[in-house]
Design a protein around this ligand. Structure first.
Ligand code: ATP
Length: 361
């Protein structure tokens, strides 16, 4: 229940710079996901908020109070790690109680709080067991309970679901999201799983090589990526990209001419850019047969997914993926036209790989 302000945070390990000038505002009660590939600096940033790492430069504020030099134990943060690290020789009750024991809380308060948080996480019947007598999902809940029992101002989670199997992950993901809102606790959640970030977070900070590329709500980062990297990191399959050249009012895409999308017409004229990358999401296009306006290509492959299928279309070797309804039968090599929903097209500058609408900012 705290607003976190990160001001120009840099973190170096020897001569390696893991964080490069990170500034970010995390609102009170917000669920913020830190999303990025392995090694991008997400965990380093999380541990810096926790106080486990001290930034090389920059300041951290909780509710406007500078806590950069405050040790972790005085920050009142709850941490949940990827490997839940429960104490194997302690029963679930004692595992959860541990942070309160450290604080030397009175016995009856410990009893009450442990039971309360165990009920909230639906593990109240497991308090007498040892960690090895629990399933992965149950262990994970115990770890969350242990982080919550001390009523932290901030909950920091580092890939907490990655040890769970796919089904359980979906279940716990929904629960965790609900719990965070019920408790009204500020949460920062590290993940490299874009689906998890989209599903759970109020806002997502996309991180690459120690820098934040974009911060926005799931819709923003999904539909309005600031960089090609963001479009290509989010979505399954991710955004499609095709090289294109601006020719007056048209885009030349592998010999096909399509109009410059309405939302880009003025901008393209103003900034006078020629070499662009056309980006669109697989759900924002259709594959049609016969005479049609659009991008002419050939079916490279198709993959039924139950309710729909992914069709891969090739344009002289460049591939795009488009969703098509189930039941439509495609043939390898068949000529088709890809029609893209114009208002969902994103154009990137080919040199900087930045979306044209952000080029001037
Ligand atoms: P992952 O998802 O793989 O955990 P991440 O985005 O969380 O990745 P970090 O763990 O923050 O990445 O690491 C960022 C970079 O900093 C990596 O290149 C890593 O090797 C380096 N790094 C992290 N901790 C240390 C350390 N204690 N000493 C030296 N280098 C470190």
């Amino acid at each position: 229940m705290v607003r976190i302000t990160l001001e120009n945070i840099t973190k170096k390990f020897g001569d390696f710079t893991a964080l490069r000038g990170i500034s970010l505002e995390i609102e009170d009660k917000e669920f913020m996901a830190l999303l990025g590939p392995s090694g991008s600096g997400k965990s380093t940033l999380l541990y810096t908020i926790a106080g486990i790492y001290k930034p090389t430069s920059g300041r951290i504020y909780f509710d406007g109070r500078d806590i950069t030099d405050v040790p972790p134990k005085d920050r009142n943060v709850g941490l949940v790690f990827q490997n839940w690290a429960l104490y194997p020789h302690m029963k679930v009750f004692d595992n959860i109680a541990f942070p309160l024991e450290l604080r030397k809380a009175p016995k009856d308060e410990i009893e009450r709080k442990v039971r309360e948080v165990a009920e909230m996480l639906r593990i109240e019947k497991l308090l007498d067991r040892y960690p090895w007598q629990l399933s992965g999902g149950q262990q994970q809940r115990v770890a969350i309970a242990r982080a919550l029992v001390k009523e932290p101002d901030v909950l920091l989670l580092d890939e907490p679901l990655s040890n769970l199997d796919a089904l359980l992950r979906l279940e716990v993901r929904a629960e965790l999201k609900r719990l965070q809102k019920e408790l009204g606790i500020t949460a920062v959640y590290v993940t490299h799983d874009q689906a998890e970030a989209l599903a759970m977070a109020d806002r997502i900070a996309v991180i690459r090589e120690g820098k934040i590329l974009q911060v926005g709500d799931p819709d923003d980062v999904y539909y309005r990526p600031k960089y090609r990297f963001v479009g290509g990191f989010l979505g399954s399959p991710p955004m499609n990209f095709l090289d294109a050249e601006v020719e007056n009012e048209h885009l030349n895409v592998y010999g096909n001419r399509i109009p410059v999308p309405a939302q880009y017409r003025e901008l393209v004229k103003r900034i006078n850019v020629e070499e662009v990358i056309l980006g669109f999401r697989p759900h924002d296009a259709e594959v049609v047969r016969g005479e049609a306006e659009g991008l002419k290509g050939a079916v490279y492959s198709f993959e039924p997914l139950g309710r729909e299928q992914i069709v891969t279309v090739s344009f002289n070797g460049a591939h795009v993926k488009v969703f098509a309804p189930e039941g439509e039968h495609f043939r390898f090599g068949e000529d088709v036209t890809v029609r893209i929903r114009e208002d969902r097209i994103v154009l990137f500058d080919r040199k900087t790989e930045k979306a044209l609408e952000f080029l001037e900012s």
